[in-house]
Structures are given as structure tokens and as C-alpha cells.
Design a protein around this ligand. Structure first.
Ligand SMILES: Cc1cc2nc3c(=O)[nH]c(=O)nc-3n(C[C@H](O)[C@H](O)[C@H](O)COP(=O)(O)O)c2cc1C
Ligand code: SF4
Length: 333
């Protein structure tokens, strides 16, 4: 029988459990722009709770590219200092940690909001170089890898989407061409930094003319063939429902994908109790699962689940922690 607290391998990492903490904006700062002590405490509580892997909050390339006024970027003065400490905390508890890169806009020098069709070849090279430099900076800060967010409605999800990308060169047209921008980035990061590269992807776009589930599936296979180390599947919006049979919305997609690729696939969203998670593990191919809001509701809830052999998150799914200045729980904090 599989259990969420099994010790497992995830690429080159050895995890203490199959549970991945994902997302959450956390740059609650003190004067001077550095992370507040509450963030270090939160990372310590998460790291010692039995979590297998942590993915940081999203970092934008530049303050102007941020998704949201309260989400953060990699260019603030204390970034390396702050995150050396955060990654140090995770490592103290033997938990690998990935830094997530997710930018909403891209400024190509001429246009502050250059979309896929606007970028020149030089613009594409510059964007790729900036992502590779971001990975380098994450490695200086002690991260074990990068997660490139090609999901939700972030810039790179729009670049690879036929709804937005009608380029006529080798970065547009076929699925392979639209993904080229990412595959080239993965290649250089792997070669020069030797980092774990994880990709977050939507199972579909939902817009007419956008990425279908079939194309998303094909993209995952291409990413795996091009040396991505793991894939985390998600939806365009953070609020999605279980399907009518109460099955996890992405379970069939994940189950099939795991059969066809050789890298870890992470299923996530709406997971709230240990029994359901263990049922998924024992009735499908799924090996890894991610949770976000349960960690906001109680950073160390996994300690209780491990002790009791069961547990249900106290998160009520109200989404009040979304679009706020911090990821604190507005029900319980
Ligand atoms: C406050 C908050 C902040 C989030 N920040 C991020 C983020 O930085 N990067 C990301 O990929 N997803 C982010 N998400 C989305 C979550 O990673 C996750 O996909 C979503 O909440 C569904 O999972 P859950 O049901 O386990 O919360 C955030 C969600 C919340 C509620
Ligand atoms: S604010 Fe609501 S959605 Fe967010 S963690 Fe608390 S209960 Fe869950």
C-alpha cells in the first residue's frame, strides 16, 4: 500500500514524503524590504512538518512584470540574503526547495507589455537569457532547482498558446515550435547550472482556439523528451472543482500521462484530506501530490496527519487568502 508519508525519489531528490507544498505569496516585508520574521517561521514549520518538497512563491523577473502588486520579484536588494536563509531552513530539515519563476508581462525594451506576436528574435533571445540568469540567481540563493510557471495565465503560458501566438517563424505554428522557447531554456539551464527544471502547465486553456487537453498532453511529452525534470499540472484559475463523480479534476489526465513519460508528475489542487490522497495513490499511477491552501491554513498540519495516520485540512476553501497582501489565513490567523 502506498502512503503519502512514503520516502520516495523525485528525480535526483530523496523526499521524506510524497507531499509538495506549492505556491503562496509570502513577501511580507519589514522596513528596508527584507522578509519579515513570520516568513522564516512559516518555512521552518513547513520544512519540519514532513513535507517532501517545497516550491517557493512566484518570483517575477522584474518589478514591472509582477502578476500582482503584492507578489514579488527577484530584483529586490535582499533577495539572495533572504532566500539563502529560507533555502538553508529547508535544507536543515533535508527538504529540497525549488524557486518558482512566474512573470505576467514582458518588457522587451520597446514595449512594456510585449506579447508573443510582438517579440523580435532578439527579444526572444533576451527573454531566454533573463530566465537563464534568474535560474543562476536562484542557484546562488541555494535553491535546488527552478520551476518555470507556464501555467495559469502567465506570460509563458500565453506564449505557447495558439490563442495568443500566431508567429510565422520557428517560435510559432506547430506545438513543437511554440514550445521551442521553453525547450531551449531548459537545455541551457541543464547544461550550465545542472539544476532541476520543473514546469507548471495547465491541463487545458479553456479559450476557444487555445490549448486543448490533447495539446497540453502532447506538450508534457515534448517537455519530458527535452529534459524537463518534473511537471506539475494545474488549471488556468486557482478555483476549480472536482468533476461530477467527485473524482479529482485532473486524475485521468495525470494517470494517463504518468504511463507515457519517465519524469515525476505532480497532481494538485483541492486536495484536503489524507484518506482521499491515499486512495488516489492506491488506485492510480499518481506518486506525488501538491497542496497550497492547506499550508496557508496551518503550516505544520502534516505533523498532525503523520501522528494520527489521518487528517483533514482546516482550510475552508474560501479563497480569502488569494489577492491579498500576504498568504495568511483569513479564517484562522
Ligand atoms: C494565496 C495564494 C497564492 C498563490 N500563489 C501561487 C504562486 O505563487 N505560484 C503558483 O504557481 N500558484 C500559486 N497559487 C495557486 C496554488 O499553487 C494552487 O494551484 C491552488 O491554490 C490550488 O491548490 P490548493 O487547492 O491546494 O490550494 C496561489 C494560491 C493562493 C491561494
Ligand atoms: S483564507 Fe480560506 S482558503 Fe485561504 S487558507 Fe484560510 S480557509 Fe483556506
Amino acid at each position: 500500500m502506498k502512503d503519502i508519508f512514503d520516502k520516495v525519489e523525485f528525480g535526483k531528490f530523496k523526499l521524506k514524503s510524497r507531499v509538495i507544498r506549492t505556491g503562496g505569496w509570502e513577501r511580507e516585508t519589514e522596513s528596508g524590504g527584507f522578509l519579515s520574521p513570520a516568513i522564516f517561521d512559516r518555512y521552518e514549520n513547513i520544512s519540519k512538518s514532513g513535507v517532501g518538497l517545497i516550491v517557493s512563491e512566484m518570483f517575477a523577473l522584474d518589478p514591472k512584470d509582477r502578476f500582482y502588486p503584492y507578489s514579488t520579484n527577484m530584483n529586490y536588494r535582499g533577495f539572495i540574503k533572504d532566500y539563502k536563509q529560507i533555502t538553508g531552513i529547508a535544507h536543515e530539515f533535508d527538504v529540497p526547495i525549488l524557486g518558482q519563476l512566474a512573470f505576467f508581462f514582458y518588457d522587451d525594451g520597446d514595449n512594456q507589455k510585449a506579447e508573443a506576436n510582438d517579440l523580435t528574435k532578439e527579444g526572444i533571445r533576451r527573454l531566454q537569457a533573463e530566465v537563464i540568469m534568474a535560474a543562476k540567481k536562484l542557484s546562488f540563493a541555494g535553491f535546488d532547482g527552478i520551476q518555470i510557471n507556464m501555467a495559469h495565465n502567465f506570460y509563458l503560458s500565453r506564449f505557447v498558446n495558439p490563442y495568443f501566438n500566431q508567429r510565422k517563424d520557428k517560435y510559432g505554428g506547430s506545438t513543437e515550435n511554440r514550445l521551442r522557447i521553453i525547450c531551449e531554456i531548459i537545455k541551457v539551464i541543464k547544461k550550465t547550472i545542472g539544476f532541476h527544471v520543473s514546469i507548471r502547465i495547465n491541463t487545458e486553456d479553456g479559450r476557444k482556439g487555445g490549448i486543448t487537453p490533447e495539446e497540453s498532453f502532447k506538450m508534457c511529452k515534448i517537455l519530458a523528451e527535452n529534459d524537463a525534470d518534473s511537471i506539475q499540472i494545474t488549471a488556468r484559475t486557482i478555483s476549480f472543482k472536482l468533476n461530477d463523480s467527485k473524482k479529482h479534476a485532473f486524475l485521468d489526465y495525470a494517470d494517463k500521462l504518468i504511463n507515457e513519460v519517465n519524469i515525476p508528475i505532480i497532481l494538485g489542487g483541492t486536495l484536503r484530506d489524507m484518506e482521499t490522497m491515499n486512495n488516489i495513490l492506491n488506485t492510480s499511477n499518481v506518486e506525488f501530490m501538491s497542496l497550497a491552501k492547506p499550508f496557508v491554513a496551518q503550516a505544520d498540519f502534516l505533523c498532525d496527519w503523520k501522528r494520527d495516520g489521518k487528517g483533514v485540512s482546516r482550510c475552508k476553501g474560501c479563497n480569502n487568502c488569494y489577492s491579498k497582501k500576504s498568504s495568511k489565513c483569513y479564517q484562522f490567523d
